[in-house]
Design a binder for this molecule. Sequence first.
Ligand SMILES: Nc1ncnc2c1ncn2[C@@H]1O[C@H](COP(=O)(O)OP(=O)(O)OP(=O)(O)O)[C@@H](O)[C@H]1O
Length: 297
Amino acid sequence: MDTPVITTTALTKRYGSHPALTDATLDLPAGRIVGLVGPNGAGKSTLLALAAGLIRPTSGTIEVLGNRPAADAAQLARVGFVAQDTPVYTQLTVADHLTLGEKLNPRWDRRTAADRIRQIGLDPAKKAGRLSGGQKAQLALTLAAAKRPDLLIFDEPVAALDPLARRAFLQSLMEFVADLDVAVVLSSHLIADVERVCDHLVILAESRVQVAGDIDDLTADHYRVVGPRGTLDTLPAGVEPIAADHTPRQSTLIVHNTTGRPLDLPGAETIGLEDMVLTYLHRAEGLGTPILQETRS
Ligand SMILES: Nc1ncnc2c1ncn2[C@@H]1O[C@H](COP(=O)(O)OP(=O)(O)OP(=O)(O)O)[C@@H](O)[C@H]1O
């Protein structure tokens, strides 16, 4: 197996006594698009900023492409980071951005940058401050990709975009990934977008990793199980309940089957990604589970 692009062990970041990220132990695989999902304040930006070397952990360790984040110029060149507000220089033109990118980045790919700007129809003479949100995001993506990094990190790249601009951005991202052999880690609130472009998922809530894995595995391994009350009190080894809802006659569970074998329980059916994510988020916040209430008999 390829070396993970990001490895963390008990990674923790606190601001004073406030936990932003707690005890995160992760291996994010190479050659994938990894999605980080979670509600506001879950710790997504914190994890990405730690990976980019913008902040230091309070405790625990993080390695990015086998090195300390932002360890030296070579490491910086290997990681492209696009912060939440798609940073561009408003007074510089699109062409100025490309010139600056070339000056600042030893591995700059002039052809990729120019081709991409042409493809997305950006006027090189236009000041970045006059671009739309979608165009700014495309410019930021082009600049990050033309660095020819081994890892691209995006913090909420599509949050401010309308659905069409979002789709265009994600399409460009997938094209870059296919063309440039780059790993991507991105955060998003939008589960449908994550499902469309990502193949590995990390769910963060309340500063903690709730679950992580390949999306295909996660969706295959999470089930809704319905049975007469009392029959689901004891589950097979390796089957972890994530949420439970009971009526006097019936129990409904959402379970994570970690046995590696199909779940052999009557009344078990797999759930989709969105239901799975919501179940973890509700569990983390100590809320009831709306999907389960819908199944109440
Ligand atoms: N510089 C800071 N000083 C103090 N607290 C901070 C700082 N940065 C983040 N936090 C806190 O750490 C927690 C995690 O924040 P973070 O920005 O990582 O969440 P997030 O999942 O990216 O949220 P969002 O989706 O809103 O961007 C939040 O409670 C936030 O208020």
